[in-house]
Design a protein. Structure first.
Length: 195
């Protein structure tokens, strides 16, 4: 979720300074432009917390670490983003680092304003990061999760999960029940269910 960019180009150094000095705002940086991130809905926040806590619990004894949307990810020389949830299994992404450079799993919780971007250009940016093995999109309007899994360098497979399913995250060898991801989330009644 982001607002319009400042229409003037900026250097990476200027972006990093802006992002570090901002009071409460976060900015993504894509090819010379900074984009301020907007806030989300209660469902968006609840789903993000559910995913983060589930992953953190299941990976507690593992070499992988779970990060929330406060952690910036460096995808490419000119691209910095703030995914909703990131998992890194690389020791270089631990401790006092301010930017993750070796993400393995990235999760975006969709909003109406960013769904097209998350499914399109942002997915293209994530695919270009050689360490990412899975990209997960989680809907907030219904129980639906799409997992894009890297099969080889330029080939990704899509796996759909819906209400009642168990989401398989092969990159970290974890299964998450859909009900756990949507715990305490208020969804509109399913129109198809009434037919």
């Amino acid at each position: 979720m982001f607002a319009q960019p400042d229409r003037s180009r900026m250097s990476i150094e200027a972006y990093l300074h802006l992002d570090q000095e901002s009071q409460g705002e976060r900015y993504e940086y894509i090819d010379g432009y900074a984009y301020m991130l907007a806030g989300g809905t209660a469902n968006h926040s609840t789903i993000s917390v559910n995913i983060t806590s589930q992953l953190n619990s299941l990976l507690s004894d593992d070499s992988c670490r779970v990060y929330n949307s406060d952690m910036k990810v460096h995808l490419f020389e000119t691209r910095y983003v703030y995914p909703d949830v990131t998992v890194s299994c690389d020791e270089r992404d631990r401790g006092t680092v301010e930017t993750l450079r070796y993400p393995r799993l990235v999760i975006e919780v969709l909003s109406q304003s960013t769904e097209g971007y998350d499914r399109g250009l942002k997915f293209e940016y994530y695919r270009a990061c050689s360490t990412i093995d899975e990209y997960v999109l989680v809907e907030t309007q219904r129980q639906a999760v799409d997992v894009y899994r890297r099969a080889r360098k330029d080939l990704w497979t899509l796996h759909f999960f819906r209400a009642g399913d168990t989401v398989e995250l092969a990159s970290v060898n974890i299964s998450l029940p859909m009900s756990a991801l949507y715990k305490n989330v208020l969804l509109a009644p399913d129109e198809d269910a009434s037919e």
